[in-house]
Design a protein around this ligand. Structure first.
Ligand code: PEP
Ligand code: MG
Length: 595
């Protein structure tokens, strides 16, 4: 078979070699062809086999759901089984195959679409929502026909490289990292949450390939190089050998960098820039420590919700998770960000109705927490109860101005009072920070400074909203510019106010992990950079070799340049000049090439 090489955006470094597993057949990409008359009966048998297989899958899932989540949840699965038996679903599919000579996939899609449209017109909201069950069922049947229906991401038998059109954050949260050697996604960019998750799970990943899922079949041997953004389907023996060697040399390179783990993160002219870890669960503190993190700068607590799609975490779940992280990281700090769902991070399954529309400008993060206060209170109670198990900080996401901050603080004060009245010990002062990730917040930091202990700049969103470039849309990935003059100018303004007001600033967007942007941002005088644990050794190398005075000079020059391109070229030139061994430039170049 011919070797196929596809190029995308390498978002999580490393090399994986394993058979492919194609997760999702996009409904818009269902194959359509006419059957030869003598192939019709065989196609009916193929459909019946797939229907029987789906029945077996649903039975298994129903039993498991019943055991783990109770009978009410199991009934949802049972309802799908009943739909599958319903003559109004399967009979028209058979008719299309027999009478119109359509292939089974196309017949399933046509009938599924038709019924789905009819469901969407029903006025009763409960019945209308059953349309989602029907869509799930159609997708399952299509996946089964394509040979990849019966698996769960958290329960795979053999190692695979996962191919999907897209992977939701909740899919990613459930990946079994011992079996998923790497993943490849048709859409997405460097700061999409599945890319961020891949880095924290240390799974090589390539995104933004447009049509990789159409070029590969489950079982095909593949290599993915998450450093260079390459995906190779049906590699030859020689290519396999080459990549095995490459894998060994990456591992040696990582080991070399890890040797800096216990060295201080201080510039040659004595300025300390603390390097912290971004994590999504308490279990990742071990990796943070292993890579030399001086604390957790961002604990994305929403993954507590995404990992278990059918149950909301209780106060006790929150408490246990934060306590575990605090104890594992003690005496170093852990900054927990309160729930940030919305945008692409959808509330899981049954709870989606709490969230409303999936708009990037919708009911996201703090907006949601202030509306669904009961959920927010559960989280705050868990946080405050955990507070005396380590050095806790709380960060509020997506704040757009003073009003939301004051409202949240009032609620936090009430929660603290209630806990104290109940006899719980709460640390006297839990430092509070706000994410600076909405441009309006960046413009009013002077007012926010009166109410918080620190700022945490989230460049992933700040750049998205400032430049009006969707961070998850690969079609506009080339416009997502961390070194755009508007970005530098706004960051500089924030830092000037923060310095005047004596407010420490941490920066936790993905830009912190990119040597090129980190070099320029260092000159802003940021106190802490927080990133996925794996990136810490590379950035420590940068900090230990570049003086703050030099970084400042680079920043001031950059601030005078008129376009992102000029700044990028200048910064790259400087990076090469300061690191002629090419070490950092190579690390960065590899991550970006092929996009
Ligand atoms: C950010 O926006 O930069 C950030 C760190 O938050 P998230 O990526 O979770 O939106
Ligand atoms: Mg954000």
């Amino acid at each position: 078979m011919d070797t196929v090489v596809c190029r995308g955006i390498g978002v999580s470094p490393g090399i994986a070699i394993a058979p492919a597993l194609v997760l999702e057949l996009r409904l818009s990409q269902v194959p359509k062809f006419d059957l030869a008359p003598d192939a019709v009966e065989q196609e009916i048998i193929r459909l019946d086999d797939a229907v029987a297989a789906v029945h077996r899958q649903l039975e298994r899932i129903e039993q498991q759901t019943g055991r783990e989540l109770g009978s009410a949840m199991a009934q949802i699965i049972d309802a799908q089984g009943l739909m599958l038996d319903d003559s109004s679903f399967v009979d028209p599919i058979r008719d299309r195959i027999r009478k119109l000579g359509q292939n089974a996939e196309w017949a399933v899609k046509a009938v599924g679409d038709d019924l789905s449209e009819r469901f969407s017109e029903i006025s009763d909201s409960y019945l209308r929502e059953r349309g989602n069950d029907l869509d799930d069922l159609t997708a399952r049947l299509l996946r089964t026909l394509a040979g990849s229906g019966d698996f769960r991401l958290d329960n795979l038998a053999d190692p695979v490289v996962l191919f999907a059109y897209d992977l939701s954050p909740s899919d990613t949260a459930m990946l079994d990292r011992t079996k998923i050697m790497g993943f490849v996604i048709d859409v997405g960019g460097r700061t999409s949450h599945s890319a961020i998750m891949a880095r924290s799970l240390e799974i090589p990943a390539v995104v933004g390939l447009h049509n990789a899922t159409e070029r590969v079949r489950s079982g095909d041997e593949v290599i993915i190089d998450g450093t260079e953004g390459a995906v190779i389907i049906h590699p030859t023996v020689a290519i396999l050998g080459e990549y095995r060697n490459k894998r060994r040399s990456y591992a040696a390179h990582d080991a070399e960098l890890l040797a800096t783990r216990d060295l201080p993160s201080v510039t040659p002219d004595g300025v300390q820039i603390k390097l912290l870890a971004n994590i999504e669960s308490a279990s990742e503190v071990a990796a943070a420590r292993q890579h030399g993190a001086a604390g957790v700068g961002l604990f994305r607590s929403e993954f507590l919700y995404l990992r278990r799609p059918t149950v909301l975490p209780s106060e006790e779940d929150h408490y246990r998770e934060y306590r575990a992280a605090l104890e594992a990281m003690a005496p170093d700090p852990v900054a927990v960000r309160t729930l940030d769902l919305g945008g692409e991070k959808q509330m899981p399954g049954e709870f989606r109705r709490l969230q409303g529309s999936n708009s990037l400008l919708g009911l996201r993060a703090i907006r949601h927490s202030l509306q669904e206060q009961q959920m927010f209170v559960q989280q705050l109670r868990g946080l405050y109860r955990a507070s005396n198990h380590g050095d806790l900080r709380i960060v509020l996401p997506f704040v757009s101005g003073l009003g939301e901050l004051l409202e949240a603080k009032a609620l936090m004060a009430r929660v603290r009072q209630d806990l104290e009245a109940e006899g719980h010990a709460v640390t006297e002062h839990v430092p509070l920070g706000v994410m600076i990730e909405v441009p309006s917040a960046a413009l009013v930091v002077g007012h926010l400074a009166n109410e918080v202990d620190f700022f945490s700049i989230g460049t992933n969103d700040l750049i998205q909203y400032l430049l009006a470039v969707d961070r998850n849309n690969d079609a506009v990935a080339h416009l997502y510019k961390p070194l755009h003059p508007a970005v530098l100018c706004l960051l500089d303004q924030v830092m000037q106010v923060a310095k005047e007001r004596g407010i420490p600033v941490s920066l936790c967007g993905e830009t912190a992990a990119d040597p090129l942007t980190a070099m320029v941002y260092m000159g802003l005088g940021i106190d802490e950079l927080s990133m996925s644990p794996r990136s810490i050794p590379v950035i420590k190398n940068l900090v230990r070799r570049l003086s703050y005075a030099e970084a400042r000079r680079i920043l001031l020059r950059s601030l005078r340049l008129a376009s992102a391109r000029e700044i990028e070229e200048f910064a790259l030139e400087q990076l090469m000049a300061h690191f002629p061994d090419g070490f950092l430039a190579a690390a960065r170049g590899k991550e970006r090439c092929g996009s």
